[in-house]
Design a protein around this ligand. Structure first.
Ligand SMILES: [Zn+2]
Length: 336
């Protein structure tokens, strides 16, 4: 992280450091007993949101703003001209992760809707929005296809801006335009492929703070479940009223989908006990058919690379509690 803070994130001198961070993450992740691992997104330069466009020449830094409750703001680059092209795709990360891993690997990619925010409000001369969206959908499709072809256990589309969209536009129009755009991309995949694709939703999790925790899940979840994917990764552990959210999930979830509920509050410094995780999982099983239920962490532990609010040791302790607690719940459900 020190080396990264002194560079743009892409210099050759960082290569061995990235490689070691990925290797260490996968070794420690597997030691928790987790049946599926990731590379911890060690390689995504500054964050999960703009890794694919990091260093893109036709941009300015003064793009879309994400304000967090703690008072800080994250910004994304603003597109200044066409064409829109990814600088890199996540299958490159997956390839490295799979080299180190001995269990299945999940790969996260950023949603088309998140990157659509790079296009400015005023139309770019000679690069109309329609052309941009066409380019964006193609880039996303290619990235997702490559990850599937390489053997990703699941491809998770990060959709943190879903809940934020309801905050920006309480009418729900922005959220629905995001869902429509993402569904245009998903429609390019077969039903079988979509069973290996999932969507992650959360209120944001940066420096132990959120961007949209005040938005009622009731405003988001019915729309979210319109997304044509086989898996949903829903932050839940940090919610004030989990039972209420679970009721909304039960009401709106579709058949042939799996719901991974967040049982680890990634922005809460306290490490959960396995017994607590077990309790949260059993609670979820009261609302979600057990064959459609899974557990996950609420979000990433540091979606932006300079976030030091959670140590690596603590992150792995929390993951270990999740794995143990989920196993306890599984046994309890089997003996029911
Ligand atoms: Zn998240």
């Amino acid at each position: 992280m020190e080396a990264l803070s002194k560079s743009a994130g892409t210099t050759a001198a960082l290569e061995p450091l990235y490689e070691e961070a990925i290797r260490d993450t996968i070794v420690r992740f597997e030691e928790t007993g987790s049946p599926v691992v990731t590379d911890g997104e060690q390689r995504k330069y500054h964050n999960f949101w703009t890794y694919s466009v990091h260093g893109m020449p036709n941009t300015d830094p003064d793009g879309f703003r994400i304000p967090f409750a703690a008072g800080h703001v994250r910004r994304m680059p603003r597109l200044t001209g066409g064409p829109f092209r990814y600088q890199r795709q996540a299958d490159k990360y997956l390839e490295v992760a799979m080299r180190y891993a001995s269990v299945p690997v999940k790969q996260a990619v950023i949603s088309p809707s998140a990157l659509s925010l790079m296009y400015p409000e005023r139309e770019i001369p000679r690069y109309p929005r329609e052309q941009f969206l066409e380019d964006l959908l193609r880039e996303h499709e290619v990235e997702t296809r490559k990850c599937l072809a390489l053997g990703a256990h699941k491809v998770q589309i990060d959709f943190t801006e879903g809940r934020l969209a309801v905050k920006i536009d309480p009418s729900g129009r922005l959220l629905h335009s995001f869902i429509d755009l993402n569904n245009l991309a998903l429609a390019r995949f077969s039903k079988e492929e979509r069973q290996r694709i999932g969507v992650h939703t959360c209120p944001g999790g940066d420096c132990d703070s959120t961007h949209s925790a005040d938005v009622d899940y009731a405003e988001l979840l019915p729309g979210l479940f319109e997304l044509k994917v086989g898996n949903f990764y829903i932050a839940l552990a940090g919610e004030k009223d989990r039972k209420r959210v679970l009721k909304i999930i039960r009401e709106h979830m579709k058949p042939d989908t799996r719901i991974f509920v967040g049982v680890v509050a990634t922005i809460n410094p306290r490490v959960e006990t396995p017994a607590e995780i077990c309790e949260r999982t059993l609670e979820a099983a009261e609302y979600i058919p057990v064959e459609q239920l899974g557990t996950t962490d609420d979000c990433g532990f540091a979606p932006f690379c300079d976030d030091t609010s959670t140590t690596r040791d603590k992150a792995f302790e929390k993951i270990r509690a999740r794995v143990l607690g989920t196993l306890m719940a599984q046994e309890a459900l089997q003996n029911r």
